[in-house]
Design a protein. Structure first.
Length: 102
């Protein structure tokens, strides 16, 4: 019997873990989401409400494995101050950010 590798998606209740090798935009977005919302199932539900994305998609964002489209990034930034400031910092516009966040 042959086992297929890499094609299955974990069950709904599992949390995708943030890996140390994740850096850059995806890692910064994951960190911003976790700082703003935490890493509970309630945080996943909140991010789902903000974007309308599936649970699996949101879990991948929290883990830094996937990045949102531009439209969904704007929706996240609309609701999350941490994501908004991450976008400003990533764009080199940190001076435009709220002075309290420095």
């Amino acid at each position: 019997m042959r086992i297929k590798m890499g094609t299955g998606v974990p069950e709904k209740g599992t949390m995708v873990q943030l890996r140390p090798e994740t850096v850059g935009y995806r890692g910064a977005l994951a960190m911003a989401l976790r700082l703003e919302l935490g890493s509970t199932h309630r945080a996943i539900k909140t991010a789902r409400r903000w974007t309308g994305a599936s649970e699996r998609t949101v879990k991948h964002r929290f883990a830094g494995k996937r990045r949102p489209s531009g439209e969904l990034l704007i929706q996240l930034a609309r609701h999350s101050d941490m994501v908004f400031h991450m976008v400003l910092i990533g764009a080199g516009r940190y001076d435009d950010a709220d002075p309290e966040m420095r």
